[in-house]
Design a protein around this ligand. Structure first.
Ligand code: CP
Length: 306
């Protein structure tokens, strides 16, 4: 397996590399399920989480992943750090590098920020979301969750519905799922469908019922109001009517359809609570698998092999 210093995006990962991460995560999940969640796999290694945007799932799962493997872990609070005094990303990264950091897990509003820092520091960089570009660890945990239920993604029909335009999760998932042989259908209001998205291999579907009815997997996406410069929707009520998932929307879906959402969810907007908490939902399993995937990635990059 080739040398792997950083995890920057799914676009540049091969099918074999993705499956290797998932195989490693399966072993990590055994540790999460064991009564004593402690292994020495990351002993002597230091992981820093550097988040310029809010997070619950990603930041906390990386922190727990490092702790379960006995790594040293610290979090930088952007508001309380010298970043608030104007320190650049490069200077912050170099400062952390000189302190003996092995892995920097970073989330940044600028697309390409993780790639940029990876070129300038010795520490491994794991991209925990860069602007509207990629969220590779989310896609890996999503694919892992599907593989637990469906064995293979080959020829699977996966519908991704919601704010595609602002979604790094959608981009990473489209790259990863199509590489594994899935047919990915995307459905969104025209204002939330980026130009040229079909070049990624995704197929645009205008009507949510057409997207849902033949799907093996339906993934809802959050409306990212924080990234909308101006109003892109006439109303939330209308958005839910045409693009939200409810019992009515899923009334003709396959019996074994999986319902997914990367979180956080706006209940009643992209999905009703009955769907989020229903029997077809694997949203809580996505969260659990997120810890296993992040353990696998920390283990792999600290060995710098994949
Ligand atoms: N899915 C996801 O990235 O969630 P957080 O923003 O809570 O990390």
């Amino acid at each position: 397996m080739e040398f792997l210093k950083d995890v920057l995006g799914i676009k540049n990962l091969s099918k074999e590399q993705m499956l290797y991460v998932i195989e490693t995560a399966k072993r990590m999940k055994l540790l999460i399920d064991s009564p004593n969640k402690k292994s020495p796999m990351l002993q002597g290694k230091t992981v820093i989480t550097l988040f310029y945007e809010n997070s619950t799932r990603t930041r906390m799962s990386f922190e727990l992943a490092a702790k379960y493997m006995s790594g040293n872990v610290a979090n930088i609070s952007v508001a309380l750090s010298s970043i608030a005094k104007g320190e650049t990303l490069l200077d912050t990264g170099k400062t952390l590098d000189m302190m003996g950091t092995d892995v920097i897990v970073m989330r940044h509003p600028q697309a390409g920020a993780a790639n940029f820092l990876a070129k300038h520091v010795n520490a491994s960089i794991i991209n925990a979301g860069d602007g509207m570009n990629e969220h590779p660890t989310q896609a890996l945990l999503d694919i892992y969750t599907i593989l637990e239920k469906k064995q293979s993604l080959n020829n699977l029909k996966i519908a991704i519905i919601g704010d595609i335009a602002h979604s790094r999760v959608a981009r990473s998932n489209i790259y990863g799922m199509t590489k594994l042989g899935a047919n990915v259908f995307i459905c969104a209001p025209d204002t939330l469908l980026p130009k040229g998205i079909e070049k990624t291999g995704a197929i645009i579907v205008k009507n949510k019922y057409d997207a849902v009815n033949q799907a093996d997997v339906v993934m809802g996406l959050r409306l990212q109001k924080e990234r909308m410069q101006h109003s892109l929707l006439s109303s939330i009520r209308e958005y839910h009517e045409y693009f939200g998932l409810s019992e009515k929307t899923l009334s003709n879906a396959k019996d074994d359809v999986l319902i997914m959402h990367p979180g956080p969810v706006n209940r009643g907007v992209e999905m009703t609570s009955k769907i989020i908490d229903g029997t077809k939902s694997v949203i809580t399993e996505q969260v659990k698998n997120g810890v296993a995937i992040r353990m696998a990635l920390l283990y792999i990059v600290t060995r710098r092999s994949l």
